[in-house]
Ligand binder design. Structure first.
Ligand code: TYD
Length: 138
């Protein structure tokens, strides 16, 4: 049985707000294993592949400006059922609606500028995790 993996990105707002340790701590404290970590600067080419399902959305340019606004910490964690487990830890996409106790519910908010700044990316399936890990850790 191969171990399931996930790509985590602490997005530029998480880095700016000194929340790298807090985000990674929650995933480690749950019991998952960190296997790789690196500083990254997103390029528009990388983001177009990473967000291949969103490139045609009207808000996609806002995602690019947000994700290129500063450095990102990319990490790979592993563990059985990690995608479901970490998606639960991360919480809903919209930080205002994200449940208390989740990373986004506790640490992110709407800043009134029309952008969704939600601190963390977590792959949404084991297949997408492997695709994204290959992109970010090429
Ligand atoms: P998505 O993959 O739908 O959410 P999640 O990150 O919870 O898996 O969307 C990816 C990112 O795109 C999301 O984290 C923030 C941004 N986004 C917007 O800016 N506006 C939106 O309406 C949506 C759905 C997403």
């Amino acid at each position: 049985m191969s171990t399931e993996r996930i790509l985590i990105l602490v997005k530029p707002d998480g880095v700016r707000r000194n929340l790298v340790g807090e985000v990674l701590r929650r995933i480690e404290a749950k019991g998952y294993t960190l296997e790789n970590i690196a500083w990254k600067n997103a390029t528009s080419d990388l983001l177009a592949e990473h967000y291949n399902e969103l490139v045609d959305k009207p808000f996609y340019p806002d995602i690019v400006s947000y994700m290129t606004s500063g450095p990102i910490v990319a990490a790979v964690f592993n563990g059985a059922q990690i995608v479901k487990g970490v998606r639960n830890l991360a919480g809903a996409t919209d930080p205002t609606s994200a449940a208390p106790g989740t990373i986004r519910g506790d640490l992110a908010r709407d800043w009134g500028d029309g952008n969704v700044e939600n601190i963390v990316h977590a792959s949404d399936s084991p297949e997408n995790a492997e695709r994204e890990i290959a992109l970010w850790f090429a």
